[in-house]
Design a protein around this ligand. Structure first.
Ligand SMILES: [Mg+2]
Length: 117
């Protein structure tokens, strides 16, 4: 099974992503903040990380930097409610960028593309 770590500070998003991605056949682990995410990332080999940008304490952009420093090969998909980060050079290390939507079709498609890249 493909193991995905979902990092988002909003519980309803974690629940939604878990449910929808499990339906797609992924094994999903969720983390509510950067600290939980790093603990999970450092103890479990994931195939992919889905990362929210806007989080209290450490944001997803800083977390992306740390994750890629420790494992540059792990695919990271950044998610944000806003499109403006697409122009932000700090996200260039991510493998894909998805604007959040209630409809997860784009996210699911992106995960398949990133995994097959
Ligand atoms: Mg957030």
């Amino acid at each position: 099974m493909i193991k995905v770590l979902v990092v988002d500070d909003e519980e309803n998003i974690r629940l939604l992503y878990r449910e929808e991605l499990e339906d797609e056949g992924y094994a999903v682990t969720v983390a509510a903040n950067a600290k939980e995410a790093l603990e999970a990332f450092r103890s479990t080999p994931f195939d992919m990380i889905v990362l929210d940008i806007k989080m209290p304490d450490m944001d997803g952009i800083e977390l992306l930097r740390i994750i890629k420093e420790e494992n540059k090969d792990i695919p990271v998909v950044l998610c944000s409610a806003y499109g403006r980060y697409k122009q932000d050079f700090r996200i260039w290390a991510c493998d894909a960028y998805v604007v959040k939507s209630a409809d997860l079709d784009e996210l699911k498609l992106t995960l398949r593309q990133v995994l097959s890249a």
